[in-house]
Design a protein around this ligand. Structure first.
Ligand code: HEC
Length: 309
């Protein structure tokens, strides 16, 4: 069977293929369709790309502009679940001044997540996502907002569903909540829950596996891409190792903390990490401060910003 380029039926047949199965079509695959837990799948549109460029660059103005463009995009095309998820997630991201304060050793200003701005997008996105990575991340953030508002009847089961989709993102959210509730021992339990998941088997809780774990991060051989640095989180590895080191320190396990401080310095992206000065102050004897640790874990730029502007 051959098609003439002037044939009206060619257009019809192509449209039917797109509607039936996007992976078989000539249309570029939109992020959020195929499972991206191992590697990013799909082709982001120009505004999604601008969002990530701005976040990596610590460019708050660029991020705000990309978000407002995505808001206009999804008003026209509500089927773009990835853009909806990114708009919702952006409300959780403190400005770059917070990362700069953490790096410079001054107390960062308070940052409040704008839940009412995030929620409509986080609730809409799952209708258009099939990728478990974003489904779990999106529902985890929505569940967090419900739980913070005291709505456990909805937030609890929703968080449970999110864990099933994306163990890594929700594991990280649990640690963050523990730190904000000033519960370092639960944070330690949840931090090892995350590291065991990432490792695919139990990680020694005395720090004996820290160096080998960092080696797997550098090699990208952990089970999920949220377990180590990549394009979207250029400093994910030292960020995750620092959180473990500090959670160990808050629990008084100096030996394990020291092992994770040593390991994080072997991350290939450590030399260019914006929070390297923080690590150096801690290594020089500055005491651990739970409020700062919670701030580091809550600051998305800790892992997502490549360099301070
Ligand atoms: C401790 C490190 C760390 C922190 C802090 C962190 N992330 Fe991430 N995040 C990662 C890693 C690692 C990845 C996977 C990176 C990759 O694939 O390049 C990731 C991936 C993501 C992605 C998916 C990227 C994509 O489009 O595929 C989003 C969205 C995201 N993070 C949002 C956030 C938000 C919002 C915050 C703050 C509330 C945050 N992250 C804080 C480490 C972190």
């Amino acid at each position: 069977m051959s098609f003439s380029y002037r044939s009206g039926s060619l257009v019809f047949v192509t449209a039917a293929v797109v509607a039936g199965c996007s992976t078989d079509s000539k249309e570029p695959l939109r992020p959020g369709v195929d499972d991206s837990s191992q590697t990013y799948q799909g082709t982001p549109d120009a505004d999604e790309t601008a969002f990530w460029t701005a976040l990596r660059d610590g460019d708050d103005t660029g991020r705000a502009s990309a978000v407002s463009k995505m808001v206009a995009d999804v008003a026209k095309d509500p089927g773009n679940g990835y853009s909806e998820f990114l708009i919702g997630a952006s409300n959780f991201m403190p400005p770059t001044s917070v990362l700069a304060a953490l790096a410079g050793g001054t107390m960062p200003s308070q940052f409040q997540v704008d839940g009412s701005a995030a929620m409509p997008y986080l609730m809409e996105a799952p209708n258009h996502l099939s990728d478990p990575f974003y489904l779990g991340f999106d529902e985890g953030l929505a569940a967090d907002l419900e739980l913070q508002a005291g709505n456990t009847a909805m937030g609890g089961p929703l968080f449970g569903e999110a864990v099933g989709y994306n163990h890594a993102a929700t594991g990280y959210m649990s640690i963050l909540n523990d730190l904000f509730q000033n519960n370092p021992s639960q944070a330690l339990t949840d931090a090892y829950g995350l590291f065991d998941f990432c490792n695919g088997s139990a990680v020694d809780q005395g720090g004996a596996d820290a160096m080998a774990y960092a080696g797997k991060m550098n090699a990208g051989t952990l089970v999920h891409r949220e377990c180590y640095s990549g394009y979207f989180a250029p400093h994910g590895s030292p960020g995750e190792l620092l959180i473990m080191a500090e959670v160990e320190a808050l629990n008084g396990d100096t030996a394990a903390s020291t092992a994770y401080f040593a390991a994080l310095q072997t991350a290939t992206d450590y030399p260019t990490w914006p929070l390297k000065p923080y690590v150096e102050r801690r290594l020089a004897g500055e005491p651990v401060n739970g409020q700062l640790v919670a701030g580091i874990a809550a600051t998305c730029g800790t892992c997502h910003t490549d360099a301070l502007p």
